[in-house]
Every structure is written in C-alpha cells, then in structure tokens.
Ligand binder design. Structure first.
Ligand SMILES: N[C@@H](CCC[C@H](N)C(=O)O)C(=O)O
Length: 272
C-alpha cells in the first residue's frame, strides 16, 4: 500500500491514505509501522479516510462530513487511539494538499475531538483552530520517583502541564510518568515547561502511547494555557526540541501555528 511520511516540528507520522475506509489497522500493525528500526518510524500514524467512510462510533463531539470531507484517524506509536493531535492535523492538511485531495487554503479536518479548522498561510505555515481548551484544576504525576505538580488541561486529549524552575533540558524524561488514575482515567501526556523570556516558553513532552517526542501540538497548547492561567487571553511562542510554534489563546479556545512537511512517499506491505 501507499504511504507518506511527514512531520511538524519533528513530531513525525506515517501517513496512510485510505479514502474509502477499507483498511483494517490493528494496534500491532501501527506499532510495526512506527518502529524506527524494523518499520518506517514515527510517533504515530495518520490514517486519511473520508469522514463519510469512517465508521467507528464517536463518543465526543462528532466531526460531520458536512463540515469536513476528510477525517484524521490518529494512532499513537504503540497502537493506541488518541482523540487529537495538533501537529498531526497540520501534517494531515499538508498531505491532503500535496496529494491533490483538496485545493482550498481553509478547510475542516475531522478528528475524534470534533472538527478542527485549518488555514494554510502564504509562508507555508499552517494554523489549526484547536477548539476549546479545558482547564481542569491541579494534578500530579510521579516522574523518576519525584512528584510533579501542574495543571490538568484538556485539548481534546488529556495533559498535565507542569511549570519547572530550571531549564527543561535538565528534566529526565527517560521513564514513563505515573499518573493518578482518578485524575487521568485515560492516562495523559506530560509537559514540562519554563518561561525562558517574556512570552516565550521552552517545553518538552512525554507523550501517552509514544514516550518522549520532539514536539506535541496539543501539549504546546496545554503548556501555553497552564502558563497563562484559566480564562486568560495570551500569545506565546513555544520552543520544543524539534522547532517552534506559536499559540494564541482567546476566549477559552486556542489557535496553533507552525510548519508541516511531507518528506517521503512510497509503498509498503502492511505488517501484521
Ligand atoms: N503529538 C500529538 C499528540 C498525539 C496524541 C497523544 N500522544 C495522546 O495520546 O493524547 C500532538 O501534536 O498533539
């Protein structure tokens, strides 16, 4: 089958075009595709399916085919399903355009968290309207035996965004954080961030279902929201190991802007 590979600030994805929804994608197949030695390698898989052909029952705010022709079926590298992926939506949009599946510069993309509106800029950056940002109160995780406290934030998917005192490079993200199951029944993504200069955050992330990645769009929004405080409108530049994005927080919603590129295309026999 055809595949493409793309990334947004080095959060990288295997893209599988499946317009008519005929592909049966097991967790084992996803993990094999994302394997960096035996597969293509990626932090996740973006299955590109027409919204009207996406037949999984949706529990959250459903994306309708009237709002968006295409649905991003997101899978983490370990094969688990996620509600949303901010960098993934940008890369998904770039793929739709480069594959000639859409020609507009503004359109909706379906996700399990609802439709996300995308705008493609002349400098080739892409902005995603990330929808409502839910500030859910304080939360904790244990990382390497030490307790970290931060803000629980929903960006369609769950996050614990923790402000740390020192440079984020000093935080050991080599082991999986342990979350309180009462606070995070579905698990969570963990962000550590500090304000390196006014209006600029440095951030690293340990992603649910993938370990440390070089960027996470929903995590960038969660860190910006945690740094601002509930109900505060603000603009942030967020630096991650894989690059830089900007976030605009306004009236409880967020817009995320950053790059997205397709780096390879080819054929692969689907593993599993
Ligand atoms: N990298 C993504 C988030 C992908 C999903 C996440 N690991 C989860 O399980 O919630 C992003 O750019 O937002």
């Amino acid at each position: 089958m055809r595949f493409a590979k793309g990334h947004g600030t080095e959060n990288d994805f295997v893209i599988l075009p499946d317009p008519d929804g005929t592909l049966s994608l097991s967790a084992a197949s996803v993990a094999a595709l994302c394997d960096r030695r035996a597969g293509i390698g990626g932090d996740g898989v973006l299955r590109v399916v027409r919204t009207k052909a996406f037949d999984e029952p949706l529990t959250g705010p459903a994306a309708s085919s009237a709002e968006c022709e295409w649905f991003m079926d997101y899978r983490n590298a370990d094969g688990s399903v996620a509600e949303m992926c901010g960098n993934g939506v940008r890369v998904f949009a770039r793929y739709l355009l480069s594959a000639g599946l859409l020609a507009e510069t503004s359109f909706g993309v379906g996700t399990r968290a609802g439709t996300r509106q995308v705008t493609v800029h002349e400098d080739s950056d892409i902005t995603v309207d990330m929808g409502p940002v839910g500030m859910l109160g304080r939360g904790t995780a244990v990382l390497g035996g030490a307790e970290l406290t931060g803000e629980r934030v929903s960006v369609g998917n769950p996050h614990l965004a923790c402000r740390v005192a020192g440079p984020v490079a000093g935080v050991d993200l080599g082991t999986a954080p342990v979350f309180d199951a009462a606070e995070f029944p579905q698990g969570a993504n963990l962000e550590v961030f500090c304000e390196s200069e006014p209006g600029v955050l440095d951030m690293r992330v340990y992603e649910r279902g993938a370990a440390e990645t070089r960027s996470c769009g929903t995590g960038i929004v969660a860190a910006a929201a945690a740094a601002s405080g509930p109900g505060t409108d603000a603009q942030w530049t967020v630096r991650v190991p894989g690059g830089t994005c900007t976030v605009a927080l306004e009236s409880g919603s967020a817009r995320l802007r950053g790059p997205a590129v397709i780096v390879a295309e080819g054929d692969i026999r689907l593993p599993g």
